[in-house]
Design a protein around this ligand. Structure first.
Ligand SMILES: [Zn+2]
Ligand SMILES: [Zn+2]
Length: 274
């Protein structure tokens, strides 16, 4: 199993000369199993390039694309209208995710982007066959030996943390969340993971001085829970769009742990898990 980052930013894309190294696209992660099957976590602006890559390579099952949304905030779904497989007639796309409100459906929320006020194509005119599956907290058998465990996070709308287990490897995503007061709750969920991708939008100083309640975590907290959970690698994720490459390089030197390999996620970086 391996992971490839296609978008690592929070909130809004921030391309430009100061973000070239870590990348300016919003959240999108590809999970690749040993047998070549691919799964996608989040459809931020990074999914545009992933969609092109899928079609170009032709090796991924464009008939069977599975996308797991952590939640429906815009930075996590904004890439959908530009995800090329949506416009391919034999593509079968399953979109999994939580639904934030009882009034709406996951389909209704995502579909809202394909209306003429926002985009020139309507959802009903998409060539692909798209199916929506709502997730709650629990455990799901995804098939092909992949098990998914989910956990509600602490965010202004319903947001899920994911734990993918495949043979003896495990991969967790915990972002768009405030720090858990009872750390043990989160530690249980991430325990022993080969890779934890954790929200690290802020430093502890920034969080405690002005960002508490904004729905995100800080680097010191990510390290603490990763150490408690004895995870092998910790990727800081959902970088603040204001953070430049040189600032992230400086933070990389500061935020280290004696027991966990810590790094700031970078676009296109591939992390093998085993
Ligand atoms: Zn976000
Ligand atoms: Zn969010």
């Amino acid at each position: 199993m391996k992971v490839r980052f296609w978008g690592v930013r929070g909130s809004i894309p921030c391309p430009g000369p100061e973000t070239v190294k870590y990348g300016g696209n919003t959240a999108c992660i590809e999970l690749i199993l040993d047998n070549g099957l691919n799964f996608i976590i989040d459809a931020g602006s990074g999914i545009r390039e992933l969609g092109n890559y899928i079609l170009k390579k032709g090796e991924i099952q464009k008939n069977n694309i599975k996308i797991f949304l952590t939640h429906t905030h815009w930075d996590h779904i904004m890439g959908f209208p530009f995800f090329a497989p949506m416009y391919i007639s034999d593509a079968r796309i399953k979109i999994f995710g939580p639904c934030a409100s009882e009034k709406d459906s996951l389909e209704g929320i995502v579909e809202g982007q394909w209306t003429y006020n926002y985009f020139p194509v309507l959802h009903k005119d998409l060539a692909a066959k798209v199916e929506y599956i709502e997730l709650k907290e629990g455990e799901y058998d995804i098939g092909n030996g992949l098990i998914l465990k989910t956990k509600f996070l602490l965010h202004p709308i319903t947001c899920l943390g994911y734990r993918f287990e495949y043979h003896s490897s495990s991969f967790c995503t915990v972002y768009d969340t405030e720090p858990f007061q009872k750390k043990e709750e989160l530690v249980d969920f991430i325990k022993g993971a080969d890779l934890l991708v954790h929200d690290a939008q802020y430093t502890e100083y920034e969080y405690k001085n002005s960002k508490a309640g904004w729905g995100h975590s800080y680097m010191e907290y990510a390290i603490e829970v990763a150490e408690m959970g004895k995870v092998k690698r910790l990727a800081f994720f959902h970088h603040d769009p204001e953070r430049t490459d040189s600032q992230l390089d400086a933070l990389s030197k500061k935020y280290i742990s004696p027991s966990v390999t810590c790094f700031f996620a970078r676009e296109k970086e591939v992390i093998p898990l085993s």
